[in-house]
Ligand binder design. Sequence first.
Ligand code: 8YV
Length: 315
Amino acid sequence: RLTSALTTAVDARLNADDRPLDADGLADALATADAVLCTVTDRIDAAVFAEAARRAPDGRPRAGLLANFGVGVNHIDLEAARAHGVAVTNTPGVLTDDTADVAIALMLMAARRLGEGERELRAGRWSGWRPTHLLGTSLTGATLGIVGFGRIGQAVARRAHHGFGMPVRYLNPSARDAEAAAVGATRCGTLAELLTTSDVVSLHCPATPATRHLIDAAALAHARPGAILVNTARGDVVDADALADALRAGRLAAAGLDVYEGEPRVPPALLALENVVLLPHLGSATVRTRRAMGDRALDNLEAFLAGRTPPDRVI
Ligand code: 8YV
């Protein structure tokens, strides 16, 4: 699509292995291409930008745009990108509903112990119906606390409120009164307040230095006994060791995770636990949404290469 839409020919180099580029490959791409399409798997830190600048003939990366295939851009050092004159775009909006659906799926799986049940059955360990077999907690009517009330947080709130009758509370740097009113959501002043008043906590904030390990041992000490934590945002927001401790001690009943700090590595402490549902970063993984994300990334590339301002500039 890119080639046909532009009047000038585009020499598109494909990373045909469909494997992440290493730092050397990323620096090479930034040093030699006009624009680079990247994903969450590409760690583009200050050293990569510096190396790209070193390799380029005029001392600055040739690439003027990093078009990210996805909404979260925490894998890109935005300060370094700005300093090296590289614009960054993302793909907002198109993955909201699918990611919200996975958050709700994780809530149900964690609260109702569905993963445990499936593992038991497949392992041939199911001995038949029993009145006390794999009893979970009800999602219907439970209070939901949402950390980060942006597009995805609000979409989760709508599903929880209209579908499951869940009272919703939210934590966000700025008030979202109009959006909150639509789902009867109450704003919490602090994370501690949100945690002490929520049965289920779902994370939807971006990963930034300020939100790194926001959910740590001190925060988890405020959680309601038997609470459930769901993370479809970024692994960096949770201290996985503290989470594993809380799950092991039974302070939290369960957790549902789609994302991990340093993924694809999953902390062994979590893998060892039954009461955590672990998904491999599938939030936006539908054919329709991945197509829409691709189209959105191409819109940004196309605009940039045609000399226009890309529609989804992050910086
Ligand atoms: C993407 C995501 O699949 O958009 C995001 O921020 O986490 C995922 O939905 C991923 O980022 C692809 O780069």
